[in-house]
Design a protein around this ligand. Structure first.
Ligand code: MRU
Length: 336
């Protein structure tokens, strides 16, 4: 799987792999309008913090093209750009890259397009650097691993591979780099309710890469960790606040607590673009609330209300290391 399979800019429109139907169908969405893009983002057909940044930037180019065709004035264009930036609130990459691309609008459509394509290319390149740095750090931190054979087993959550990031991914990129180094035993993948990004997407990616893995219920994760089944927990992030608090897929916090209790590293792999100096702490990170039916259907009685928070906050104190493409942060604030 390469960048082009996940997200492509073709003849002024976006082609994206529809992640709602994977792994059972491989379907490409042809996104030609802002409405279609918002639908793809809110239904999680395109998802994962770095990919949201790339598709958001391309979305600005798309909006400029649609505006040219339909004769939008600048106020209408700005309103459409804002709709894209607001489509999901937690992943800082979306807003950041949308605003950066929008700043190019006065220079014309070609300049916006070039900036947006650069975001996608950069995400790919960054993920490789981050992955290698994370794998190197983990091998040092975990020594020979719990079996002493130099092979690590890693517990992970949600989907953080090429589908979420382009390139190698973040947490899954670190896992892939360990695998390439011959330093990976296997991966334990949380199913990641309610939308099952772990079961559907991570297991699919790991299968394609030939990486040994086992799928676990989310609720089993803390117990599995307590039983010494993993050398480390490695996850991605949707936003890291200036003080190092981490927003990531709901269920991440319980992994951090379990890792602390078991005395194993809890590592967050995220590009610098996911670190948000403007957000002082986790308390200021907006947490997306998603529709009830994602949780209630098909099992709950009709009329049951859900508490469907898409993300949780893991406090800095529970994070052993934050690995970016440039550094490994083990102490102090992340803001430079
Ligand atoms: O709701 P999603 O599927 O967009 O959530 C994705 C995650 O939580 C990922 O862990 C995060 O974006 C990091 S992706 C590299």
């Amino acid at each position: 799987m390469d960048t082009l399979d996940v997200l492509t800019w073709r003849d002024g429109h976006i082609e994206a792999l529809d992640q709602t139907v994977l792994p059972h169908q491989v379907r490409v969405l042809h996104i030609t309008t802002v409405d279609q893009l918002i639908e793809a983002i809110t239904t999680l057909a395109v998802r994962g913090a770095p990919l949201l940044g790339a598709v958001g930037a391309l979305g600005v180019a798309l909006a400029v093209g649609q505006g040219d065709r339909e004769g939008w004035d600048r106020a209408r264009l700005d309103a459409e750009v804002k709709r894209i930036a607001d489509a999901r609130p937690t992943a800082v990459n979306l807003r950041r890259e949308v605003l950066a691309a929008a700043a190019r609008i006065p220079r014309g459509r070609a300049a916006v397009e070039a900036a947006a394509l650069a975001v996608a290319r950069f995400a790919d390149e960054v993920s490789q650097r981050l992955s290698r740095r994370g794998a190197g750090w983990l091998r040092q931190a975990c020594g020979g691993g719990r079996l002493g054979d130099g092979k690590l087993s890693v517990h992970t959550h949600c989907n953080t591979g090429a589908l979420a990031c382009l390139g190698w991914g973040t947490a899954l990129g670190v896992i892939r780099a360990l695998h390439c180094d011959g330093a990976l035993s296997h991966v334990i993948v949380d199913e990641t309710r309610p939308l099952l990004q772990g079961a559907r997407l991570t297991c699919w990616e790991l299968g394609q890469l030939g990486i040994e893995h086992r799928l676990a219920c989310d609720g089993a994760a803390p117990f599995l960790i307590s039983q010494g089944m993993a050398d480390a927990v490695v996850v991605g992030a949707d936003r890291v606040a200036a003080n190092g608090d981490v927003a990531n897929k709901i269920g991440t916090y319980s992994l951090a607590l379990a890792a602390r209790e078991a005395g194993i590293p809890f590592v967050v792999a995220a590009p610098e673009s996911t670190l948000d100096a403007a957000t002082p702490s986790g308390a200021a990170i907006p947490i997306e609330q998603r529709p009830d039916d994602e949780v209630t259907v098909p099992a709950a009685p009709a009329g049951t209300r859900a508490l469907n928070l898409a993300f949780d906050i893991t406090p800095r104190a529970l994070v052993t290391a934050i690995v970016t493409e440039e550094r490994v942060i083990t102490d102090g604030p992340v803001a430079r």
